[in-house]
Design a protein around this ligand. Structure first.
Ligand code: 13P
Length: 251
């Protein structure tokens, strides 16, 4: 089973429009010869339109960092799926640990966002991951299972096959502490078995599972060599073209 690699940059709350456009143009140039891998960029909402233009005609996917569960209405501060589609967005990050931890999004909310994204034809990049405390108390797999089952509640298999899953251990995000390749592979393998349990083995084999958390040029190759790691969701190292380029060109 060969799953197409996906290297995704989550720019979080960084970059002005001009900086974002410049970086997107540089990434598009790097990706001109990307034939066997996908690349996605998720700028902040303010830069989506500019980056959409910069990526036009390229093979880089435009992503957003969150999405509302209603098509329109009184939801101050939220962005609806049709608004993202209108601007050219194809993928959307949902359930990032910063949304869960800082903005108190729970599994019910994340499930609503995920189902709305799927209904409108956006590809969700669903993030899950345990905190350091949860890992140290031996709760990692229970936490991952709760997050995954919660997010996928009422998502039929025909829609689930669109999803990209991202395992991001919270303790590895922005800390410079990457999970060891063994820790990452162990979690990814667990998640794939869980997907097989929720749906079926065939579907589980097609869903891409990305690793995120201090992915850098010097650890990407070892991570990508793992059987169940199909790509990376990159924060800090995606903000510079040189480091992201090396990640895109993993060997
Ligand atoms: P860092 O790569 O900066 O650790 O961030 C990871 C992340 O949260 C990507 O979504």
């Amino acid at each position: 089973m060969s799953r197409r690699a996906l290297l995704a940059g989550n720019w979080k709350m960084h970059l002005t429009i001009a900086q974002a456009v410049e970086l997107a143009q540089a990434v598009a140039a790097v990706c001109a010869d990307c034939r066997d891998r996908d690349v996605m960029l998720a700028p902040p909402f303010t830069a989506l339109a500019g980056v959409a233009q910069a990526l036009q005609g390229s093979n880089v996917f435009l992503g957003a960092q969150n999405v509302a569960w209603e098509a329109q209405g009184a939801f101050t501060g939220e962005i609806a799926p049709p608004m993202l589609i209108d601007i050219g967005v194809r993928m959307v990050i949902i359930g990032h640990s910063e949304r869960r931890q800082i903005f108190l999004e729970d599994n019910v909310m994340i499930n609503r966002r995920l189902r709305a994204a799927l209904e409108f034809g956006l590809i969700p990049v669903l993030c899950i991951g345990e905190t350091l405390e949860e890992r140290e108390s031996g709760a990692t797999f229970a936490v991952l299972e709760k997050q995954l089952r919660g997010a996928l509640h009422d998502v039929p298999p025909g829609q689930a096959e669109q999803i990209v899953l991202a395992y991001e251990p919270v303790w590895a995000i922005g800390t410079g502490k990457t999970a060891s390749t063994e820790q990452a592979q162990e979690a990814h393998h667990f998640l794939r078995n869980l997907l097989a349990d929720i749906y079926n083995k065939k579907l589980a084999e097609t869903i891409r599972v990305l690793y995120g958390g201090s992915v850098k040029p010097d650890n990407i190759d070892a991570l990508m060599a793992q059987a169940d790691i199909d790509g990376a969701l990159v924060g800090g190292a995606a903000l510079q073209v040189e480091s992201f380029k090396r990640i895109i060109r993993f060997q």
